[in-house]
Design a protein around this ligand. Structure first.
Ligand code: GLN
Length: 462
């Protein structure tokens, strides 16, 4: 338990650390505003809250009253939300300090935080590389030690993939575990707020605070907040499945070595490890890149220059207002998604693409249910096919960029929880291992992660 003087000291120290991390371009809030706000928040925070005095940075697509909410887009430049996301309100009620808004790919569309209208975020230890994305700003700030935890958002891996690249823990909860109220919509049937943390425990305690029912979001389940498990002595009794589709022959050798070592450690901890198959895995990326853009094209129709953010005036008619606002306000990746989404939903193509993708989504979800029904408690896989790539490397080739989500999009399509934790390094660059759990059984996933985290030499090259 800390007292108000310590909370104030925590706020000041966080402000100092955030200034130091400025070169990463991970935080979009100007340092001066941030310091002032942190000090005010520390004075107003509830001393009895479980996160009292803990600074938590928030991805810029989650609405806050304090700061602007731009989603990394020009179309929302300087936009201030008149309301606050439920997750943020819950953090505040628990005494946490909102430590600024973090840079991200525009509207969460990307895997490198290069698609931000406010410039790219740098990898925390190698500036020529990307921190992953789209929650790259949140991951970089946690990895740099500026904040112990940060909120990110997931549509297809945007918390776990940057967590893996930056060497921190990232959790995507079950769809419906955390309210989406105030999370700017990208693909509504996939979106969830997730948490990045220095350790499993830091991420888990923030997740437990933001989880639970919310009358403002009908897709949020009517459940109590997540109860945190204790650190288990062993993993005796756990059955962990290793899906062969996540270990293809061309998997990066270092990623394979790190994951193989983690699997050995899981066995040593007492878990039973079993080979399993999720046969529809290879369809996950194409399925995701039909469903997510389809939903995005509808969700992003609201940015028309009349309702939010700046207006790029055309001539006097309304069509040219829309055209200029959307043409100048959205970056190239967002425009590409809107075009793809509109195309797959248009009459004549709907059956060929969108309906097929929905059918495939059901099969992918069924794959998971099948292995879980046969006594497997959890799955273990790599989080990403490689370590952090170089800036610019995949910018000209959207499909190469999309393929960095190959191991993460499945959990979003199926709605199940997943977690990435550091399991080693290759040439100094972090590698993430992923647990995928059963819907609403985050506690089991956390137990396994606690146990593995204690024994894996995550900071060393494999
Ligand atoms: N990288 C994926 C995409 O570009 C996932 C993004 C996300 O999870 N928000 O859509």
């Amino acid at each position: 338990m800390i007292d108000p003087t310590e909370a104030l000291a925590s706020a000041k120290a966080a402000a100092d650390r955030l200034v130091k991390a400025k070169r990463l371009n991970a935080c979009l809030t100007p340092p001066k505003d941030l310091r002032k706000s942190l000090l005010q928040q520390a004075q107003a925070a509830h001393p009895s809250g479980v996160l009292y005095g803990m600074p938590v940075a928030v991805k810029d697509n989650i609405c806050t009253l304090e700061f602007t909410t731009t989603c990394g887009s020009k179309v929302l430049k300087a936009y201030r939300s008149p309301f606050e996301a439920t997750a943020v309100a819950k953090l505040r009620a628990a005494g946490a300090l909102i430590a600024g808004k973090t840079n991200c790919d525009e509207f969460g569309m990307g895997s490198s935080t290069e698609h931000s209208a406010y410039g790219r975020t740098l990898h925390p230890t190698d500036k020529v590389r990307v921190p992953g994305g789209s929650s790259g700003g949140s991951a970089a700030l946690v990895a740099a030690g500026a904040v112990p935890a940060a909120l990110g958002s997931e549509t297809g891996g945007s918390v776990r993939q940057p967590a893996s690249f930056c060497g921190v823990v990232g959790i995507k909860p079950t769809y419906g575990r955390v309210s989406r109220y105030g999370l700017v919509a990208f693909g509504s049937s996939l979106d969830q707020i997730g948490v990045l943390g220095r350790s499993v425990h830091d991420a888990a305690r923030v997740l437990s605070v933001i989880s639970g029912r919310d009358p403002k979001d009908s897709t949020c389940e009517d459940r109590d907040p997540l109860r945190l498990p204790t650190v288990p002595e062993s993993l005796q009794g756990f059955v962990i499945g290793i899906p062969k589709e996540y270990f293809p022959p061309d998997l990066d050798a270092g990623v394979r070595r790190a994951c193989d070592r983690a699997i050995r450690l899981l066995k040593e901890l007492g878990a039973a490890v079993r080979d399993v198959s999720l046969p529809h895995t290879s369809y996950a990326v194409p399925t995701y890149y039909i469903i997510a853009p389809a939903e995005a094209s509808s969700n992003l129709a609201r940015y028309d220059g009349a309702r939010y953010g700046p207006r790029f005036d055309g001539q006097l008619d309304v069509r040219s207002l829309y055209r200029r606002t959307r043409g100048e306000g959205f970056g190239p990746e967002v425009r590409r998604r809107i075009l793809v989404g509109t195309y797959v939903l248009s009459s004549g193509y709907y059956d060929a693409y969108y309906r097929k993708a929905q059918q495939m989504r059901a099969l992918i979800a069924q794959d998971f249910r099948n292995v879980f029904d046969r006594g497997v408690d959890l799955l273990f896989t790599p989080t990403t096919p490689s370590s952090a790539f170089k800036a610019g490397e995949k910018l000209a080739d959207p499909v190469a960029m999309y393929l960095s989500d190959i191991f993460t999009v499945t959990a979003n399509l199926a709605g199940v929880p997943a977690l990435s934790l550091p399991v080693g390094r290759i040439k100094g660059l972090p590698i993430g291992g992923q647990f995928i759990g059963q819907a609403f059984l985050e506690d089991e996933m956390l137990e396994a992660a606690y146990a593995l985290e204690r024994v894996v030499p995550a900071g060393e090259d494999v």
